[in-house]
Design a protein. Sequence first.
Length: 555
Amino acid sequence: MDNKIRVGILIDSYIKPWWAFKMLELIHNSNYAEIVLIIKDQSEFPKHNILRKLLNNRDRILFRIFMKLENLLFKPKPNAFALMDIRRLLHDVQVLKVQPIKRKYSDFIVNSDIENIKKHNLDVLVRLGFRILRGEILKCTNFGIWSYHHGDYQTNRGGPAGVWEVLEEWPLTGSTLQILTEELDSGVILYRSFSTTDNISVNRNRNQCYLKTLYFLPRKLEELYMHGADSFFDKVKHDNKHPFFYSRKLNTSLTNYEFIKLIIKKYTKYIVRKSWSVFNYEQWILMFAINKQPGLSNSFWKFNKMIPPKECFWADPHIIYKDNKYYVFIEEFMYKTKKGHISYLVIDNNGKYTSPQKILEKSYHLSHPYVFFHENDLYMIPDTSINKTVELYRCVKFPDKWEFVNNIMENVCAVDTTLFKKDGKWWLFTNIKESEGYSNWDELFLFYSSELLSKSWKAHPTNPIVSDASSARPAGNIFLFNDNIYRTSQNCSKGYGYGIKINQIIKLNEHDYQELCINSIEPKWDKKITGLHTLNFYNNLTIIDAKMKRWKSLW
C-alpha cells in the first residue's frame, strides 16, 4: 500500500488498560498506520440494566473477593491493567460521539453516524469498547472491524478471560484477533495465539495473556501495509480454510456456587502436589539408545538412563560424532549456584559413557549448546538469553577449548537458538520474549542470512512464525528424514518441558513459512518420567533429556 493505513477506534471511555494504551502507542508512532478517528459511545445504560448488574454482582460476590485477594498477593510487572488516559496520546485525533441503539446484547450504530464514519475513508476500525456490534457498522470500512477476543481456547469461548483456564486447569490460555461478522462465533481470524496457563494465579495468567496481545494488531497492520490488501487477505483466507468449532456453552462470570465448586477442586489438587514435593523432586537426566543400524530410535522405554548426582541436572544434549565416539554437549546446572554451564561427555559405540567435563562457563547462565560444523570448523551457539545476546563460539581445540567469535544478536531475549542451512542461506530459529511480563515459551521467530558470521540477520516477514506454547520453542536440531525437513519443538502446554512435537517444514523461503505437526511425544512410558524437551540423533545414537521424579534426602 502506498499510503498509511487509516485507523479508527471504537471506545466507550477514554480510560483504557495499559496494554491497550501501549498497543495504540505502537500504531500512533508507526510508519505504516495512523489513527484518524475516535468513535465514542455516549449512551447510558437503562436503569433496569443497572439493577440487573447489581443483582449479578451479589450472585458473584465470592469471585469478586477472590480477585481482590489476587490483586494483593500477585502484582505482576508491568501491570497490563493499569489505567491510562488515551487522550494523552491521541489529543489531536478527531472524536465522533455516537448514541447507538442498544438491544439485549448488541449495539447498532444509527444511519446518520454511519454516514459520518464513511466520510473518513477508514481502512480499519479497532473495537476497544461497545458491546456486540451488528448492522452497517461492520461494512463501513475498507477492511472491517478488528476485535480482540481474550480467553479463546479450543472449546472455550466467553469470559472472564484467563479465569476459567486457571480454575479448571486447562493447559492453554488462548487469544485471538479477528474481523467481526454478524455471526458472533464466526469472525475471520487474523491472529491466534496460545500461552501456557499459569495454574497458580489468575492475575498473573490474565496479565500474561493481555500483555502478549498488544503486539497482535500492530503486527497485522504492518503486514497489511507491507504486502498490500490482495496478498494479505489471500493469506488470511488460507489460514481460515479449516473449520473451528466451540463445543462448550458461552462462559460468563462465575456464580458463587460455580466458584466454590471449582476452588475446592483446584486447591485440593494443589495441596496434594505440595505434599508430594516435601518428599520428592524432579531432576533432568539424559536417556539414550544406540541402534545396530543407523537411524532414529523411537522406543523410549528401551532407552538407557544417565542419572546425574543430586546436586545438579543434565539437559539439552547435542551430538558431534568424531573418532568413532559420540561427544554429547550438555547444559550442566548446579542447584547450589542456580546457574548452568556447558559441559561434554563421551559415549562409545557400546554405550559406555564418561562423566561430564566443563568447557564453557560465564558469570551468567548458559544452556542449550547447539553445535554444528561450517567450513571444517566446529561452532557453538549456547543459550545466553539472560545476557540478552545470541553468542557464537568456535572450537579451537576439540572438544574442550572454545573462543568467542561475535554476537549474532544483541539486546534481545532469545532462547534455544537453532540454525539450519538451506538454499545457500542460514535460517535461524529462536524463541523471543519481546517484553517483560510474558513467557519465552510462546513465540518462534525466524531470521536468515547468507553469511554465518553476519551481524545483520534479516527478520522473516511473517514473524512470529509460530505463536503457540505447545509447539513454538525449539527442542533440538532441525533434521532431514526421507528427504523431508523436520523441526522438533517443545510442548509446554502442561508446563515447561512437558513434551516434544515433531513438525514437518512444508515451506521455508524469504516470503513464507509453513509447518505441520506430524507427531507428539509425551512422557507416558515410565511413571517416574514427567517431561522431556530435547531430542537429537546422529548415526546410530538417539538421545533425549527427561525430567524424572526422585526422592529427597531428608537427613
